[in-house]
Design a protein around this ligand. Sequence first.
Ligand code: 5RP
Length: 224
Amino acid sequence: MNLKKIVGYEAVEWVKDGYVIGLGTGSTTHYFIEKLAEKIKNEELEVLGIPTSYQSFFLASDSGIPLTTLEEHDVDLAVDGADEVDPLFNLIKGGGAAHTMEKIIDQSADKFIVIVDDSKMVDVLGKFPIPVEVIPPALRIVKEQLMNMGGQPDLRMAERKDGPVISDNGNFIVDVKFDGISEPGKLEVMLNSIPGVVENGVFAGLADEVLVATTHGLNILKRV
Ligand code: 5RP
């Protein structure tokens, strides 16, 4: 059973005619974008997409989804994946190094829904290291400050390219391990206060709904 596919496909039910949709990044949103293209075509909808990454841009444009930008439109609905989700809908994102644009688009949306399989649900955030996007010349001093905050920073290395991952914005990604994150909102603000940090992958309290695919069916969790 492909749970990512189930939840990605199901999420198109949240799309209404005339919507501008924030298109998240990752393997789960891949299925959402695929199904959204089909829905737009079959139902002749006037829907526009705003991609959060080159990955979602290429997939959406290849699938025929009309695209726009934040300069031209507000976002009605953003649909995005996550690496971890806690019971208060705090997230860790950025497994695909796209969290900066994802946060800009997801937080600007009237409604932000997260699509995950149940392996992403945790009691406390922190098994997954927090991706932090860093301006390259600031790397050493940012790493020092992350260690002073109790984190273990690790520069993300590329596969099939020598050297580090370079984000869509031309920056490094440092994955930072913290032991159990008790106050995600505070940590999110602290990380972004380090000069040289562009954005971090903690999304505290942004999500409105979380759709969780399990082997027993789909759970729709709404913010209370
Ligand atoms: C990319 C992200 C992704 O949404 C997150 O990594 C989840 O990915 P996947 O759906 O492939 O498990 O934040 O930066």
